[in-house]
Every structure is written in structure tokens, then in C-alpha cells.
Ligand binder design. Structure first.
Ligand SMILES: NC(=O)c1ccc[n+]([C@@H]2O[C@H](COP(=O)([O-])OP(=O)(O)OC[C@H]3O[C@@H](n4cnc5c(N)ncnc54)[C@H](OP(=O)(O)O)[C@@H]3O)[C@@H](O)[C@H]2O)c1
Length: 276
């Protein structure tokens, strides 16, 4: 990866987070990276923060790239693919993080103008890439090679954990972990509100809520125990936890979360549908 020339199309939240992870990991020097965006202010910001090259012309920025990361919104991905297709070399690897766009769809949108057998890897990271704690799933397209998948894995490992999934599960991944940080942000905010409701100051309530979520997640991760085992551990007879649990079950917290993941999965599927 060290000698690869990488172009990132779209320098928004995810583009910046991924490039930051890559640079901080030391796997790629900023001089090997070009970030593009149609917003000059974004480009100035990312050049100052990360020391990467920047460009407004997506096609030109792809011409000499070994790896192109597609980090624009799904709603404009078709236009961006049409723009860069003629500039892609047969050996260029494309990694798309766009929700809802299958590798087959990307390959089809590149057909004609792009390379005959475009090497595409689809990935679904999440916004925790910003703090190098993302959960990312990857899957290969028809023409992606084993080495392409290995490179994608190394790239996303600079921002967190990586798992290989069958592409048929990518929308589900988008609904669960791709969208997932939002569920947890709301849970933290709700816990903070709850703390205030029972008499704590806002700042303390938020701090306690954050550390509770971090600590509980670390406990599940580090002990390897099933969450239900850990739940049983803290629910003593007639205690506070079992009373809280009863209230949560009455209000259907599990169903609320399951509905949310299902809705996001459905929306991910819909994003690629206009082109099917
Ligand atoms: N955000 C998440 O939590 C998350 C998680 C997983 C995957 N993703 C995927 O990551 C991709 C990027 O999401 P994001 O949240 O980073 O979006 P974002 O913050 O809006 O970043 C996209 C950037 O691309 C710019 N852009 C628009 N048109 C362009 C063009 N023609 N050429 C170059 N740049 C252009 C946008 O400018 P404007 O702002 O002016 O439009 C923006 O700066 C999406 O496909 C999304 O599905 C996002």
C-alpha cells in the first residue's frame, strides 16, 4: 500500500475520516493521496489538516490513481462514475463506501466508458472511523482480486475493525453498523436526559452516560460473554436493574431498535433501486 497513489472522491465526513486514519497509521504518506471535492473550502480544510494534495477535477485526479475511494453521497454516485469512467486505468481498484450501490451496479454504470473488467470492492464503514473505531464490512465485486480485498482490509483496518461479508448482506450491514452510531448517540442523549430528570446536572449526566455506554461495550468485547449473561449478572432479585428492565420491556425498546435497523436496511436497498 505504501507506494499506491490514492484518490478519494468526496472529502466530506467519511472521506476525511478514512484519509485521516490512513495517514495516522503511517501506511500511506499524504503526498501519495489526492482528495477531491466540489467545495473549495472543504479542500482547503483537508489540505491544511492532513497535508494531502487536492483537486476539483475528479477525472483528472483518477487518471494516475492505483486506488480510488468513492466517498460521495449515493444520490450523485452515478454522475461521478460517468465522469471518472474514461480516466480509470484497467488496473485501478475502486472502493465504494456508498450505501445501496451494489458492486454489480457500479460495474454496470462504468460499462462502455470505463475499464472492461473494473475491479470494485464495496465497503460499509461507519462514522466512528473519525476516531479510528469504525466497524467496517467489505465484499468483492466480480473482477476484484484476492489482493484487492486484502488491500481494502488493510485500508479500513487503519480506522477500526474489518469483516468480510457476502454482498447480499451489505444493506443489512448498512442498517446495523453503518447507521449504528446514530442509534448510540440517541441512546447516550436519552440517558443524559434521564439523568437530568432524576436530578443530575447536565454535564455530569452526559459524562456518566458516555462512560456507561463505553464501559458496557468494552465489557462485552473484552469478556467475550453473551450480553444476556452480563445482564443476568447485574439484575439482582428485587433490585434496580430488574425494575428498569421491566420498564424497558413494557415500552418495547428491543422492537424500537429492531424497527430502526430494518428501516435503515430498507432505505439502503432503495438507494440503488432507481438504477436496477
Ligand atoms: N456518514 C456516515 O455515517 C456514513 C457511513 C457509512 C457510509 N457512508 C457513505 O459514505 C458516503 C459519503 O458520506 P458522507 O457522510 O461523508 O457525506 P458528505 O459529508 O456529504 O461528503 C460527501 C462530500 O462530497 C462532496 N461532493 C458533492 N458532489 C461532489 C462531486 N461531484 N465531486 C466531488 N465531491 C462532491 C460533498 O459536497 P456537498 O456537501 O456540497 O454536497 C461533500 O463534501 C455516502 O455514500 C454514504 O452512503 C456514510
Amino acid at each position: 500500500m505504501k507506494d499506491s497513489r490514492v484518490t478519494c472522491i468526496g472529502s466530506g465526513n467519511m472521506g476525511q475520516a478514512l484519509l485521516q486514519g490512513l495517514i495516522r497509521s503511517g501506511r500511506l504518506r499524504p503526498a501519495r493521496i489526492t482528495a477531491t471535492d466540489h467545495r473549495a473550502d472543504r479542500l482547503r480544510e483537508i489540505a491544511a489538516a492532513l497535508g494531502v494534495r487536492t483537486a476539483r477535477d475528479n477525472a483528472e485526479a483518477c487518471r494516475k490513481a492505483d486506488l480510488v475511494i468513492l466517498a460521495v453521497k449515493p444520490q450523485i454516485l452515478d454522475r461521478v462514475l460517468a465522469e471518472i469512467a474514461p480516466a480509470l486505468q484497467p488496473g485501478t481498484l475502486l472502493i465504494s463506501i456508498a450505501a445501496g450501490f451494489s458492486t454489480a451496479l457500479i460495474e454496470r454504470l462504468l460499462a462502455g466508458e470505463g475499464p472492461a473488467r473494473p475491479r470494485v470492492v464495496r465497503a460499509m464503514p461507519n462514522i466512528a472511523a473519525t476516531v479510528r473505531a469504525a466497524a467496517t464490512a467489505i465484499c468483492p465485486g466480480h473482477f476484484a482480486r484476492r489482493a484487492d480485498l486484502a488491500l481494502a482490509r488493510r485500508l479500513f483496518e487503519t480506522c477500526g475493525t474489518v469483516t468480510l461479508v457476502d454482498e447480499s448482506l451489505m444493506d443489512a450491514v448498512t442498517g446495523l453498523s453503518g447507521t449504528g452510531p446514530m442509534y448510540v448517540f440517541i441512546i447516550i442523549e436519552a440517558l443524559s436526559d434521564a439523568g437530568v430528570k432524576v436530578g443530575l446536572g447536565r454535564q455530569q449526566a452526559t459524562q456518566l452516560a458516555i462512560q456507561t455506554v463505553v464501559g458496557a461495550a468494552q465489557m462485552v468485547q473484552q469478556t467475550g460473554s453473551h450480553p444476556i449473561f452480563l445482564k443476568d449478572l447485574v439484575t439482582s432479585p428485587g433490585g434496580t436493574a430488574i425494575n428498569a428492565l421491566y420498564s424497558m420491556e413494557k415500552t418495547g425498546l428491543r422492537a424500537v431498535l429492531m424497527d430502526a435497523v430494518e428501516a435503515a436496511t430498507r432505505r439502503s436497498r432503495e438507494l440503488g433501486e432507481p438504477y436496477e
